[in-house]
Design a protein around this ligand. Structure first.
Ligand code: ATP
Length: 214
């Protein structure tokens, strides 16, 4: 089973790293791929270039064998739609199980993603509950029915995810950290320390390249 965790990673922080690491354990896979988008289709005002974001991810992941980097969207060098990556991944992995992992905040926006109606033929969706986002039972029910409308069926077990290539979804609760890239960018703008919020190598990289200063 392959697990892909996409995002802007602007910059990658320890919340992302913990999440990828815990996800590998929760899904019993050896590794999780972080796949940065070339340009965030959903986000305005992304701070660092795709090359900088990729370099920071490489630095952040270099000491964790459970986290690998998938730079396919950067190699595309134009608008990055998740559907294109899913189609490529499906071709590469044949009938192997493929999971697209994301936080609840991203999952709630899924209906507006380009060609989302084709996703359930290509991959499973793993939704990770993320602290800081108001996530009531009502919100969880709404998310479940939203995913069902998009053609996904809730998996009863991990084995179900592994046995078939695509079309299931699973909600996973992890002890994720309440940190966001926005919080880090804002702290840098205010001249505040980001120590321990990103890895030391990422912090040095941000400083050396004067990223997110204004
Ligand atoms: P921003 O603040 O710029 O919106 P972000 O911190 O949410 O950025 P993204 O790159 O947009 O980071 O996130 C990529 C994925 O990681 C998303 O699915 C998001 O839900 C998830 N994520 C981000 N931060 C955390 C965290 N602290 N814990 C768990 N998941 C996270």
């Amino acid at each position: 089973m392959r697990v892909i965790f996409g995002g802007t990673f602007d910059p990658v922080h320890i919340g992302h790293l913990r999440m990828a690491n815990e996800l590998a354990t929760a899904l019993s896979v050896a590794e999780v791929s972080l796949m940065p988008c070339y340009q965030a289709v959903h986000k305005q005002g992304v701070g660092a270039s795709s090359q900088h974001r990729l370099n920071m991810l490489a630095l952040a992941a270099e000491r964790d064998s459970a986290i690998i980097l998938d730079d396919r969207e950067n190699r595309r060098t134009k608008e990055s739609y998740t559907i294109n990556s899913l189609r490529e991944l499906r071709q590469e992995y044949g009938s192997e199980s493929l999971c697209l992992a994301m936080g609840t905040d991203s999952a709630q926006t899924l209906p507006s993603w380009f060609q989302v109606e084709a996703f359930s033929k290509l991959a499973h969706i793993i939704v990770i509950s993320r602290p800081g986002t108001q996530y009531s039972q009502a919100a969880e029910h709404a998310l479940v029915s939203q995913l069902e409308t998009l053609g996904f069926i809730q998996a009863e077990s991990l084995n179900e995810l592994k046995e078939i290539p695509a079309g299931k979804f699973m909600l996973v609760k992890l002890s994720a950290l309440d940190i966001s890239s926005t919080y880090i960018r804002n702290r840098i703008k205010q001249g505040l320390s980001i120590r321990y919020l990103v890895t030391d190598a990422v912090r040095d990289y941000i400083c050396d390249n004067a990223l997110y200063q204004n």
